[in-house]
Design a protein around this ligand. Structure first.
Ligand code: SF4
Ligand code: SF4
Length: 355
């Protein structure tokens, strides 16, 4: 067990931490079985060539390579070829250790056991840990059909424009819905980009798709009432999830755990023209993932504070009574992923709650 405590400590140095819990140690035992965990202890979040890892672990290079490949195939570590040699790094808990093994599929019993352990870990410790990230790790992108034309639209606000910056795009099944099994929303809507896309497709966890197919995924997701959430930086995307409020580990921070600011809102909010509302209730009962719209007698009412600006209520309103408008005092996302990480780490240190 000593090895697993040490591995957890290293994983806890990531800005999205890895709080202590028995369940997490059990998860690590599945993802890094005895015989392999000893090699994983010589990794961190920087890619290291296999020769370097083998040297540090004191094992022949061939043996280290075999074990690291086994972990990479399982979605437990990241792998990439550098200057003709394989290199490996630890994956953070999110996005990585939670998601990738579920994307891989495979042995049903192991998957069910992992799902039970992740659920327990999330409820006991990880939800609070995810909610500590300030600024949040994930950001809401509005449904494309709902984006109003009367404002200047900044590229970082639009999911498809952000996706167009990527050289590679891959599509996988949603790990949150596979794991939680709380609804029957579509599974094949989980998008990743560039390095993450290449790794996941090489290891059989996702398949490469074109930008046109990725835009179709957005459309299907909007129709199904799924919220686009992606990396919270203006520069580029690492992933773009299409989330339901009953399975997603991030949206549930809002809907179940009372952390209303745990996911960054889009730059829009819903606005109601009550004169045009016929009180059909579609927005409140079928579309809003966070219960920001309610039916008050014969008319809908929007709680602007609660609204995350997903735009899902807009396209299904039969009278066009509900639209998106720019949110006042909107704070744009960090410019780069590096800045996001720096700010999360800085804020954790300021609040004195580092791992
Ligand atoms: S009211 Fe609900 S569905 Fe509409 S934009 Fe806000 S969060 Fe999304
Ligand atoms: S969907 Fe439109 S018409 Fe129906 S209650 Fe909501 S705002 Fe009113």
């Amino acid at each position: 067990m000593h090895h697993y405590h040490r591995l957890r400590e290293t994983l806890g140095t990531h800005p999205i931490g890895a709080p202590e819990s028995e369940e997490f140690l059990e998860i690590l035992k599945i993802l890094f079985p005895p015989g392999e965990v000893e090699i994983a202890l010589h990794l961190d979040f920087r890619l290291r060539k296999v020769s370097e890892v083998a040297g540090a672990a004191g094992v022949p290079e061939e043996e280290a390579l075999k074990k690291l490949e086994s972990m990479a195939d399982r979605g437990s570590v990241l792998a990439k070829k550098i200057e003709g040699e394989m290199a490996y790094a630890l994956l953070p808990v999110y996005p990585g250790l939670f998601e990738y093994p579920f994307m891989k599929g495979g042995d049903d019993e192991t998957r069910k056991r992992l799902a039970r352990l992740w659920h327990a870990y999330y409820m006991k410790a990880m939800a609070a840990e995810l909610a500590r990230a300030n600024p949040p790790w994930n950001r809401v992108f509005p449904a494309e059909e709902a984006i109003p034309e009367e404002y200047e639209i900044l590229p970082f606000e639009v999911a498809s424009q952000m996706m167009a910056k990527a050289s590679d795009i891959a599509l996988a099944n949603c790990p949150c819905r596979i794991s939680a099994q709380n609804c029957d929303k579509p599974l094949d809507v989980c998008l990743s980009f560039d390095g993450a896309a290449r790794f996941l497709s090489e290891r059989g966890m996702a398949r490469m798709i074109s930008l046109e197919e990725a835009v179709e995924v957005l459309k299907r997701s909007e129709e199904a009432g799924l919220v686009h959430t992606g990396s919270n930086s203006a520069e580029k995307l690492v992933f773009m999830c299409n989330c339901c409020p009953c399975c997603c580990h991030f949206l549930r921070l809002i809907t179940e755990h009372n952390y209303p600011e745990a996911v960054a809102k889009s730059s829009y909010r819903a606005s109601l023209n009550s004169g045009e509302c016929i009180g059909c209730g579609v927005c409140a009962e079928e579309r809003c993932p966070v219960k920001a719209v309610t039916l008050e007698g014969e008319t809908a009412a929007v709680n602007a504070e609660k609204c995350i600006g997903c735009g899902l209520c807009v396209s299904t309103c039969p009278t066009g009574a509900i639209t998106l408008v720019k949110r006042g005092n909107y704070q744009p996302p960090p410019a780069t992923a590096g800045e996001l990480v720096k700010r999360i780490v800085g804020n954790k240190q300021k609040s004195g709650i580092g791992d």
